[in-house]
Design a protein around this ligand. Structure first.
Ligand code: NAP
Length: 339
């Protein structure tokens, strides 16, 4: 038996990955309803060897939909999420719109799958891409030695800002190579051959100086782990990479955790690919290796020189897949077992 599945934001970077993921995982679908803004109505997308026609996102379009995978931004999620849920769909949303709502579970299936059933609003939130890969890597270590504090610096790819952002990077790179002036269209400055923090500033007075992206990592880690005592010190940076986020992680635990014990836990951890190459130049997880892959790559596990209770790690994942589309489809796979 198959289901009626809507993909809202199907023409976007995450939406396209969503269609690929549904196809690759052979998700049971009787009818697929790809939706986007009215601008894209009538356009075609490839799915299962055929073309499907995109429709505008309207209340009527959700009639009969059982699972609605949203990746259309926060405004569309706020407007259409409750409409889809009222029409009988279970909504799984990739935007930040519902993540802080106490009645919407925030789920990484490898970490807190038990929360999937607890959805009084019929809406499940998919976490921020950087938080997902961080927690897939740290959950097995947390279960063994209880995390106290995470210091994380991100190296986030341009695809994390959407389809148009990747085009901006490519255009800037072409202009740079031709010796022409760089004219950013999406980024707030030069992205090619540069680093930028391009997220909005946090507005709460106690978070002065942090970006919204950084605060997401703090809040979401506590909610997903179900542990308000875990402290997170984040610095988020965009790098001129097309796809695949990287993270430098310093994790402090409640007890000594050796590199060998951490490796043996991560070797059998779901969703993790442990990279055991001894460090040498170029021998470590890289965005171009993780891009297109489902697993979160974890490598360069090192003891900390200053703190015997801490480890340092390098974590790389495909932000469009595990950071968005794959995580949402995995949640949907849990959901349909009980529909
Ligand atoms: N990129 C990532 O790595 C990533 C990771 C995690 C979460 N997310 C989140 O996922 C969402 C989508 O991101 P993206 O990177 O895929 O962005 P994107 O490439 O810019 O795509 C946006 C999609 O949303 C659609 N859309 C925009 N406004 C709409 C509206 N009012 N009603 C219906 N559809 C609308 C667009 O349709 P048109 O083509 O018709 O404009 C397009 O399909 C965002 O909330 C983002 O924060 C992204």
């Amino acid at each position: 038996m198959g289901f009626v599945v809507a993909v809202v934001g199907a023409t976007g970077a995450v939406g396209r990955e969503m269609l690929k993921t549904l196809e690759e995982r052979n998700f049971p679908i009787d009818r697929l309803v790809p939706m986007a803004s009215p601008r894209s109505a009538g356009s075609k997308l490839p799915f299962r060897g055929q073309e499907v026609t995109v429709v505008a996102t309207t209340p009527e379009a959700f009639k009969g939909v059982q699972v609605a995978l949203f990746s259309a931004g926060a405004a569309a999620a706020r407007e259409f999420g409750p409409i889809a849920a009222a029409a009988g769909a279970v909504v799984i949303d990739n935007s930040s719109a519902w993540r802080t709502d106490a009645d919407c579970p925030l789920v990484v299936p490898e970490v807190n799958p038990e929360m999937i059933g607890m959805r009084p609003k019929g809406i499940i939130a998919n976490p921020n891409c950087s938080t997902i890969q961080l927690l897939v890597a740290l959950k097995p270590l947390h279960d063994a030695a209880k995390l106290r504090h995470i210091v994380v610096s991100t190296y986030q790819a341009t695809s994390g800002k959407g389809h148009a952002a990747v085009e901006d990077l490519k255009q800037q790179t072409r202009a740079w190579a031709a010796g022409e002036a760089i004219k950013p269209t999406v980024f707030p400055g030069q992205m090619a051959f540069n680093l930028l923090s391009d997220w909005k500033a946090a507005t709460t007075p106690e978070a002065e100086g942090y970006s919204e992206e950084e605060l997401k990592m703090v809040f979401e880690t506590k909610k997903i782990m179900g542990d308000q005592s875990i402290e997170v010190s984040p610095t988020c940076v965009r790098v001129p990479v097309v796809n695949g986020h990287s993270e430098s992680v310093h994790a402090k635990f409640s007890r000594h955790l050796s590199v060998d014990e951490a490796k043996s836990l991560l070797r059998k951890a779901p969703g993790v690919l442990l990279d055991e190459r001894p460090y040498a130049p170029g021998q470590h997880p890289q965005p171009i290796e993780a891009s297109g892959r489902d697993e979160v790559f974890v490598g360069r596990i090192r003891r900390d020189f200053a703190d015997p209770h801490a480890l340092n790690l390098w974590v790389v994942g495909d932000n469009l897949r595990k950071g968005a589309a794959l995580n949402a489809v995995q949640i949907a796979e849990h959901v349909i077992r009980t529909l």
